[in-house]
Design a binder for this molecule. Structure first.
Ligand code: ZN
Length: 340
C-alpha cells in the first residue's frame, strides 16, 4: 500500500484504531485485560474504560505496541513506506519520511524486521530448479557479473575464490542427461551461453557469509552462515529444499562438491561461464543485487549481530514482491497480536 492509498484508507488516527480493533477483536470491541464487552464510550484519547475490571483499555494493550508513544497512524505509515521500498531504506530515510526521531525510527524499523524474520519461518519448502549461492558482506570489493563494475569499485561485498570447475563439455553432458530426465531450464532462445573473462577473485577481511537459495520464479531463503562448510550448506538444503523434487544449481565453490549425495546437482564455473543453456544462478544473483544496493548505503551501521535481521527484511520483501498490500496488512496484523 503506497502513501496515497494509505491516506485514502486511513485518513485519521480513529480510522487506524477502528481497523486495528476489527483485526484484534472482530465485530465487538473487548477489554484487552478481562475480555469483557461491557465498555464505556470511547474517551477522548481513543481508549475505553472497562465497566467490569475498571481498567482503561485500548487495542494496543498487551501487544508489541503496548506503551508505544507513537500514534497508530505513524506505525501504519512506517509499515507502508517500508513494505513499499523495493530496494530497502535506511532508518535515517524512515525518520525523515514519517517525522519521528532517528532513534525512534531505528527501533521501530527493527521491531518490524523481527516480525518479518518471524514470518519468514512460514515459507514453504523450495522445489523445482533452485539456485544456491553465497554473498560476502564486508571486506574488499567483489567482482560483479556486470561489465561496468570493476574490482576497484567501492563495493563492500566480495566473493571467495572458486575451485576449478566444470568444462563446457562436462556441462554439455550433464545438461543432456538432466534434460533427458525432464528438466527444462528456460524457455527457448533465452540465456544463451555468455562467456565472461576469467580473473582471480579477491579474498578480503571482515567478511560475513550469507547463503541464499532461490526457487526460480518462487521464493528465496537466505541466512547468515558462520562457516561455509559442506555440512552447513547441506543442512541448509535439507532444511529448506524438497531434495527429491529439486535440481540444485550452484557455482563451483568447493563446499558444494558433494551435494550430489543428497540432491540432483549441476555446477557452473563462474571463472569460465555465467550462463550456459539455461544453467545459471541469475535468480539468486538478482536477489543479491537488491541486497547489495539496499545494504551498501547503510553498511557502516550494520553490526554483524544485526545482519540476519537486515537479510530477513530483504527476504520478506522479495517473497511478497507481487503483493505489497498483503505485506502491509500482514505486518499490521502481527503488530496487534497479544504477546502472552
Ligand atoms: Zn476489563
Amino acid at each position: 500500500m503506497n502513501l496515497v492509498e494509505l491516506s485514502d484508507n486511513f485518513p485519521t488516527e480513529l480510522h487506524c484504531i477502528e481497523y486495528a480493533e476489527s483485526i484484534r477483536f472482530g465485530k465487538k470491541i473487548k477489554c484487552a485485560y478481562c475480555g469483557s464487552t461491557n465498555l464505556s464510550q470511547r474517551v477522548p484519547d481513543f481508549r475505553h474504560r472497562c465497566k467490569d475490571c475498571k481498567k482503561s483499555t485500548a487495542v494496543t494493550v498487551n501487544t508489541t505496541l503496548h506503551n508505544t508513544r507513537i500514534s497508530l497512524k505513524t506505525w501504519f505509515c512506517a509499515v507502508s513506506v517500508i513494505t513499499d521500498a523495493k530496494k530497502g531504506m535506511s532508518a535515517l530515510q524512515l525518520h525523515r519520511n514519517i517525522g519521528v526521531s532517528y532513534p525512534t525510527a531505528f527501533r521501530l524499523f527493527h521491531k518490524l524486521r523481527e516480525l518479518m524474520m518471524d514470518e519468514n519461518k512460514n515459507i514453504d519448502e523450495l522445489s523445482g530448479i533452485v539456485e544456491m549461492d553465497e554473498l560476502f558482506v564486508g571486506g574488499k570489493p567483489r567482482k560483479m557479473n556486470t561489465p561496468h563494475i570493476t574490482m576497484d569499485s567501492p563495493n563492500p561485498f566480495v566473493r571467495i575464490a572458486h575451485a576449478k570447475g566444470e568444462t563446457r563439455e562436462e556441462l554439455d553432458k550433464q545438461i543432456e542427461d538432466l534434460e533427458n530426465n525432464g528438466w527444462d531450464f528456460t524457455p527457448q532462445g533465452k540465456n544463451r551461453a555468455n562467456i565472461t573473462s576469467t580473473g582471480k577473485q579477491g579474498k578480503g577481511d571482515r567478511k560475513i557469509p550469507v547463503v541464499g537459495i532461490v526457487q526460480r520464479n518462487g521464493n528465496v531463503i537466505a541466512e547468515v552462515m558462520e562457516t561455509l562448510t559442506y555440512t552447513n550448506l547441506k543442512e541448509m538444503v535439507k532444511k529448506y529444499v524438497i531434495e527429491d523434487k529439486s535440481l540444485l544449481i550452484t557455482d563451483s565453490f568447493a563446499g558444494y562438491n558433494s551435494m550430489k549425495k543428497i540432491i540432483e546437482h549441476i555446477k557452473i564455473d563462474h571463472n569460465q561461464l555465467y550462463s550456459y543453456k539455461g544453467v545459471n544462478s541469475n535468480s539468486i544473483e538478482s536477489f543479491w543485487a537488491i541486497i547489495e544496493r539496499g545494504i551498501m548505503g547503510q553498511y557502516h551501521s550494520i553490526s554483524p549481530k544485526m545482519l540476519p535481521n537486515y537479510v530477513a527484511e530483504f527476504v520478506y520483501r522479495y517473497n511478497n514482491r507481487r503483493d505489497t498490500e498483503f505485506m502491509f496488512h500482514e505486518l499490521i496484523y502481527k503488530l496487534l497480536q497479544p504477546i502472552n
